[in-house]
Design a protein around this ligand. Structure first.
Ligand code: ATP
Ligand code: MG
Length: 635
């Protein structure tokens, strides 16, 4: 039972170990791959969004420039400029200003002097030729566009309302660079300028700008376009910001109180990298109260000088959710596979141990003498083991049955012999005394009447009486239960003694005697006299079975393991029929003619061998010969 548990536990533990090692390895590798992919994908996303907002921004200004170009082709405007008709120009400017969402729209003459401002009819005549965009048009006669910073003075010329709209209170922001600046009055603008050409001659410049400070339609449109108003836990998924310098002037990032985070500033670290070095910044950033995957890029003016920063951020939560969900599914798959692997392993282990259990149970039954077979229901090694086991059960059962049968026969025989012996010896005793009387008186009579008519008859009486006495002596020998007088002796010597006497008998006239005696034979405890009569009986029987001559061989062998001595007496005589072989040990069984054999020789022999704790076996084949085998224990 213990072994079975051990095997099962061992097998299941090994399976578990394999599953766990594979599981842990694939979980860690898998999570790393998912992590790298999702995070990599996330940064690709923000980087792409930053490029999109740049493009979006650019397209907006480009569109405004095209509009100015279109305006410059208008005949009404051209002739108004040629004729210095300020009213007409002003009306035209105000008409289009709303459509194109310009905050500033100005017409200048060919030297850059302001002719008309859409914001203030009375503010004109000042020189704008040093403005980078105006200068570009004057120099190249080509339109241009971009972003720029406009001073408060310049904004005031367009009107107080516009200048005030640009004002931003700078808020104290942790980790921002120290400037001490409290207020930002400059305006970040989208700017475009276009030449007015008349008859191939430059007659003026149209110039427009849109203020970005505190204006959110650009960032919101961008966000709606790219992130489709998506929200996670109430927060916008994506946010965009435009910085003037390092100050947020337009953004949809919200502060804690829900207000747009205008006036807060970018961290010094980002400012140095992006604004000063002109690089793109990609990283996780804690913006106001949430983690964002962020991208910052420089905002350049027409001379490629940094004037601000563009920012796009995506809530990290989006990716950590993907990460969490993917990891969760992955874990579920691994756990389910592990459980399946364990179930399969338990099934396999059971399919091995269940037949083993059956074998153990059946073996126990066999110990108790219950020859129970097991049901073989598989065709694998366990099934084969099972059928071999069943064959073994059959074999043991058969051997056991034979053993029992033999033992029973032996017991019956012994009992039969014992009772027969007792009866025979009783009779023999009673007959012995009268026989002695008959023999004595008939012998005396024979002495007296020798040579007379009665002499021959008396001789017959004496002979027959002698024969009776021989029978009686045989019966007494057979039935005698006297103690053996044992002494250590070499069986080879006993055999040689017997043979030296036997050779002289008439029985052995035509018989060749061969001996093969084990030289290693140790002395064993024997009753020498009785053992000699055993050899005599067997040898005379052999000789009698070969009336026309033959070979009588006597062989001895000593077996150290298990400590036995065997004596084989073999002849090449007539053999014993199948029918008689079971009877030869019976007392008085003889095939010899009356007067020749008493049928007691083998019965006596059997008794002596038995009393030496030995065994007497017989092997015979009709017409070929007979072998008697005596097996004696060494000790
Ligand atoms: N070596 C043998 N070959 C053939 N038959 C044998 C042999 N030994 C014994 N037998 C048979 O067994 C019978 C019984 O043998 P057992 O020695 O008991 O008696 P017996 O030889 O007939 O008479 P006794 O030995 O008393 O003179 C024999 O009559 C014979 O038929
Ligand atoms: Mg005999």
């Amino acid at each position: 039972m213990k072994i079975r548990l051990l095997i099962r536990t061992k097998l299941i533990l090994s399976f578990l170990a394999v599953v766990l090692i594979i599981g842990v390895a694939s979980i860690s590798i898998g999570i790393k791959i998912i992590n790298d992919n999702v995070i990599g994908q996330a940064y690709d996303d923000v980087q792409m969004n930053l490029n999109t907002i740049k493009y979006f921004f650019n397209e907006r200004i480009h569109f405004k420039m095209r509009f100015l170009e279109y305006l410059s082709y208008l005949e009404t405007l051209r002739s108004a400029i040629v004729n210095n008709n300020r009213r007409t120009i002003s009306e035209k400017l105000r008409e289009v200003k709303r459509e194109v969402e310009f905050d500033i729209l100005t017409v200048m003459d060919a030297r850059g002097k302001v002719i008309v401002r859409s914001g203030d009819f009375n503010s004109f005549g000042d020189d704008r030729s040093l403005d980078k965009y105006v200068k570009h048009v004057l120099d190249t006669k080509k339109p241009c566009y971009g972003t720029d910073i406009i001073s408060r003075d310049e904004l005031l010329k367009e009107g107080r309302e516009l200048a005030d709209r640009a004002v931003i209170l700078v808020l104290e922001t942790p980790r921002a660079r120290k400037t001490g600046k409290k207020i930002e009055e400059r305006g970040l603008v989208l700017k475009a300028a276009a030449p007015v050409i008349h008859n191939g001659r430059l007659i003026g410049v149209i110039y427009g700008a849109k203020l970005i400070n505190n204006s959110f339609d650009l960032v919101d449109k961008f966000r709606n376009l790219v992130f489709k108003d998506e929200k996670i836990d109430g927060s916008d998924l994506g946010t965009a910001t435009i910085f003037l310098d390092d100050i947020r002037v337009s953004t949809n990032v919200r502060r804690q109180d829900g207000m747009r985070a205008v006036g807060t500033r970018v961290s010094e670290e980002v400012y140095r990298e992006v604004y000063e070095k002109g690089k793109t910044w990609l990283d996780k950033a804690f913006v106001v109260n949430k983690w964002y995957l962020s991208a910052y890029g420089p905002l350049l003016d027409i001379d490629n000088r940094a004037i601000g920063i563009l920012y796009v951020g995506i809530l990290e939560e989006k990716y950590s959710r993907i990460l969490r969900n993917t990891t969760l599914y992955y874990l579920i798959i691994i756990v389910v596979t592990s459980i399946m692997a364990i179930l399969v392993s338990v099934y396999i282990v059971n399919s091995v141990t269940r037949p083993a259990e059956k074998l153990i149970a059946a073996s126990r039954e066999i110990i108790h003498g219950n020859y129970q077979k097991i049901l073989v229901d598989t065709h694998d090694e366990m099934g084969y083991l099972g059928s071999v086991f069943n064959n073994m059960v059959d074999a043991i059962h058969e051997r056991d049955r034979q053993l029992k049968e033999r033992t029973e026969k032996q017991i019956v025989k012994s009992a039969k012999l014992a009772s027969l012996g007792r009866m025979a010896s009783g009779i023999a005793h009673e007959i012995n005394n009268p026989l002695t009387g008959i023999l004595t008186y008939s012998s005396l009579l024979l002495e007296d009447l020798q040579g007379t008519d009665y002499g021959e008859d008396l001789q017959i009486i004496v002979n027959e009486t002698l024969r009776c006495r021989k029978i009686v002596k045989g019966i007494l020998d057979f039935a005698r239960e006297t103690k053996l007088e044992k002494q250590p002796a070499n069986i080879n010597d006993v055999i040689m003694d017997s043979l030296s006497m036997l050779e002289k008998l008439a029985h052995f006239q035509n018989v060749q005697i061969l001996t093969d005696l084990d030289p290693e034979m140790p002395p064993i405890s024997l009753d020498v006299t009785q053992m000699r009569s055993v050899i005599n009986n067997l040898a005379i029987n052999g000789a009698d079975a070969m009336p026309r001559g033959g070979v009588l061989s006597i062989t001895t062998r000593y077996k150290k393991e298990p400590g036995t001595v065997t004596i084989e007496v073999s002849d090449t005589g007539v053999g014993i029929s199948e029918e008689n072989i079971g009877k030869v040990f019976d007392p008085f069984f003889t095939t010899k003619e009356i007067g020749k054999g008493t049928g007691l020789g083998l019965a006596v022999t059997f008794g002596i061998v038995n009393r030496h704790n030995g065994q007497l076996d017989i092997r015979s084949k009709l017409g070929e010969g007979t072998t008697f085998i005596i097996t004696l224990p060494e000790a």
